[in-house]
Design a binder for this molecule. Structure first.
Ligand SMILES: NC(=O)c1ccc[n+]([C@@H]2O[C@H](COP(=O)([O-])OP(=O)(O)OC[C@H]3O[C@@H](n4cnc5c(N)ncnc54)[C@H](OP(=O)(O)O)[C@@H]3O)[C@@H](O)[C@H]2O)c1
Length: 249
């Protein structure tokens, strides 16, 4: 039995990505903090795909020790694909941003993603068919004034994952590393980034994708040999080779 691990599967892009992998008959390990949402997702999957095994793990990945615990706790499973999707935004100027929230964001967006990527690469880079997909953002390629710290955290995700993709290629490893870089997508993201109860994408965003569309792009990236799947300024999905310059090859 092989599994696809998806962090941040309790809502938005991660939730829809879980449904998309399940539709292909892939067994899933779904991770987030909210158990009720993960249980709802599991029963939804099992209603339509009773053959798909779904394992639930709750974890607060903004606590560094929990990333190690989660990985250790999954050692008994054979992982085929690992998707680091859990992420948090912060919409304010640097002078106004909450440092408590920023600390959590950096630990989740950068630290946890790096720990989980490293442990997965260590154990599986020689295994044919394995993939690591890290979710960055269009703001991991262009800085948005008003969310500079979040943008910078996603620059890390993009640079780290693109570099890793090249390192794996140079080592003739079997694993592929890829970056998904969504633009505005209708999820719970803006609510948590802006600390508001509700966010109306229709009224406030001129363009956006649905989470289901973004999961569709995730699957296109999964099926393709390109390293980066990025949403451009016209909201088209582009599959590209590494975007950041690479030295030392
Ligand atoms: N939506 C956008 O416009 C957009 C654009 C570009 C990139 N992205 C990226 O896409 C990814 C998915 O976000 P989304 O848009 O789907 O937002 P979302 O609906 O808010 O989903 C975020 C997911 O991350 C999980 N999560 C948050 N904090 C966590 C923590 N401390 N530990 C474990 N899990 C945690 C949440 O689950 P729990 O709350 O249950 O823990 C949820 O499942 C993120 O990396 C985000 O940066 C989003």
């Amino acid at each position: 039995m092989k599994y696809t691990v998806i962090t941040g599967a309790s809502s938005g892009i991660g939730y829809e990505t879980a449904l998309a992998f399940a539709a292909r008959g892939k067994n899933l390990i779904i991770v987030a903090r909210r158990l009720d949402k993960l249980e709802e997702l599991k029963s939804k999957i099992q209603d339509s795909h009773s053959d798909v095994d779904v394992i639930i793990r709750t974890s607060d990945l903004s606590d560094t020790a929990n990333s190690y615990k989660l990985y250790e706790n999954l050692k008994e499973y054979q992982v085929e694909t690992w998707i680091n999707n859990a992420g948090l935004g912060e919409s304010s100027s640097v002078s106004d941003q909450s440092l408590k929230k920023v600390e959590s964001m950096l630990r989740l967006n950068i630290e946890s993603l790096t720990i989980l990527s490293t442990l997965f690469v260590r154990d599986y880079s020689h295994v044919e068919g394995t993939q690591l997909i890290n979710v960055s953002s269009a703001l991991g390629y262009a800085t948005y004034i008003g969310s500079i710290t979040y943008s910078a955290s996603k620059y890390f995700v993009s640079a780290f994952t693109e570099g890793l993709a090249k390192e794996l290629e140079l080592k003739s490893a079997k694993m592929k590393a890829k970056v998904l870089a969504p633009a505005v997508t209708e999820t719970e993201f803006e609510k948590t980034a802006q600390d508001v109860e509700e966010f109306d994408y229709k009224n406030f965003m001129p363009m956006y994708h649905t989470a289901k569309q973004m999961a569709g792009f995730m699957m296109e990236l999964y099926d393709n040999d390109k390293v980066v799947g990025i949403v451009d300024e016209s909201y088209n999905f582009n599959l590209r080779d590494q975007i950041y310059p690479i030295l030392g090859v």
